[in-house]
Design a protein around this ligand. Structure first.
Ligand SMILES: Cc1ncc(COP(=O)(O)O)c(C=O)c1O
Length: 357
């Protein structure tokens, strides 16, 4: 009898784990080596079938699939940590399942049912749990991906899709403070576009801006809004926070900003700590003025990989904003520490963010 649509059909284990070839998971470079297994599911005839866990390896795809030609593809990124009592906890996976559904809807792809996403993910992480670095020595990064597989280059909504999830371990991500270049030439997102979801097509056009920023001696770019080139949107692939006087400000989710799951978590934690976080538009002129008054205390980006990355310098046109070094009491640092205490099970998970496998 065949399994009901969307449930795990088959698990084919790797004959030999590659884990034994790795001396230390914490020293593996980001996406340098992938865990033993991946989840692969196929969508055809209006239903998800063949939800399999198989050894990680190449896929066989036709050259004509629209994912390759037209970017009919969307992805997610999340992490699992080892907890203090040696369990493995996935951080807020339901939020990623929901964001992937929003990406799918916008690209005319079928949604991956939330329970199929979550159950498949738990099973995969359970099977490869030994790939999760030790407590405080890094995390297991999880990459879900959904793309079309119709063998047709007609520009039309596709009918066949593949959903997959693979994972990899990476060591602690102590990112150095960032130097960022405000770009007025390029934009990441625009009203009515797709800046608030994660289609593959958002990332390729950002690479040139990123490369030019690196060539000019910066780590990444700060994006402004498409219409006026006046309001701060994001920085690289991170949401932005500014500490101005006693206020913490982050751009509001107006359709061109990624609803980052780290952004949402950091806002909740800062509010739990009694801080005021304002979600509103922030102009680059306001940042310059706050800096001139000596009130710009901190600027940091948030995202799954590094959680919080402090910004040290912002270049806007011919002006450099140098931010003061952040100590242990910094807003970004305390929010990051608070998030890590929850992610590693050191304090009660009051927001129900952890999915223990
Ligand atoms: C453009 C962009 N902004 C922000 C983020 C941060 O989102 P999250 O905190 O969910 O990782 C991401 C990563 O998903 C991103 O791609």
């Amino acid at each position: 009898m065949s399994a009901p649509a969307g449930t795990l059909t088959r698990v084919r284990r790797a004959a030999r784990s590659r884990l034994q070839d790795l001396p230390d998971l914490a020293s593996v470079p980001f996406s340098g080596v992938f865990s033993d297994h991946m989840l692969v599911a196929e969508y055809a005839g209006g239903a998800w079938r063949n939800v399999d866990i198989v050894p990680y390896g190449p896929l066989s795809i036709a050259p004509s699939i629209s994912a390759l030609h037209y970017g009919v593809s969307a992805f997610e990124g999340l992490k699992a940590h080892r907890t203090q009592d040696d369990r493995v906890a996935i951080f807020r996976p339901r939020e990623n399942a929901r964001r992937l559904s929003r990406s799918a809807a916008r690209l005319s792809m079928p949604s991956v049912p939330e329970e199929m996403f979550l159950e498949g993910l738990r099973e995969l992480v359970r099977l490869d749990r030994d790939w999760t670095p030790a407590l405080d020595r890094g995390a297991l990064y999880i990459r879900p991906l959904l793309f079309s597989t119709d063998e047709s280059i007609r520009v039309k909504p596709a009918e066949r899709f593949t959903f997959l999830i693979f994972t990899f371990p990476f060591g602690s991500y102590y990112a150095e403070p960032l130097d960022v270049l405000v770009t007025e030439r390029f934009v990441r997102a625009f009203p009515g576009g797709v800046g608030d979801i994660k289609p593959a097509g958002n990332y390729a056009p950002a690479m040139l801006a990123d490369r030019l920023a690196k060539e000019a001696g910066f780590h990444t770019v700060m994006w402004l809004d498409a219409k006026e080139r006046a309001y701060v949107e994001e920085c690289g692939v991170m949401n932005m926070f500014f500490v101005i006087g006693d206020d913490i400000v982050t751009p509001s989710l107006d359709g061109t900003i990624m609803p980052g799951i780290t952004r949402d978590s950091i806002i909740s934690l800062l509010r739990d700590m009694g801080r005021t976080v304002r979600e509103r538009r922030v102009s680059i002129a306001e940042i310059l003025a706050a800096h001139e008054r000596g009130e710009l205390r901190e600027c940091f980006g948030t995202g799954t990989a590094a959680i919080v990355s402090h910004v040290r310098r912002i270049r806007y046109r011919d002006r450099d904003i140098e931010l003061p070094p952040v100590g242990e009491a910094g807003v970004g640092k305390s929010a990051r520490d608070g998030l890590m205490r929850i992610a590693t099970g050191r304090v009660a998970d009051a927001h129900h963010w952890l999915d223990l496998v």
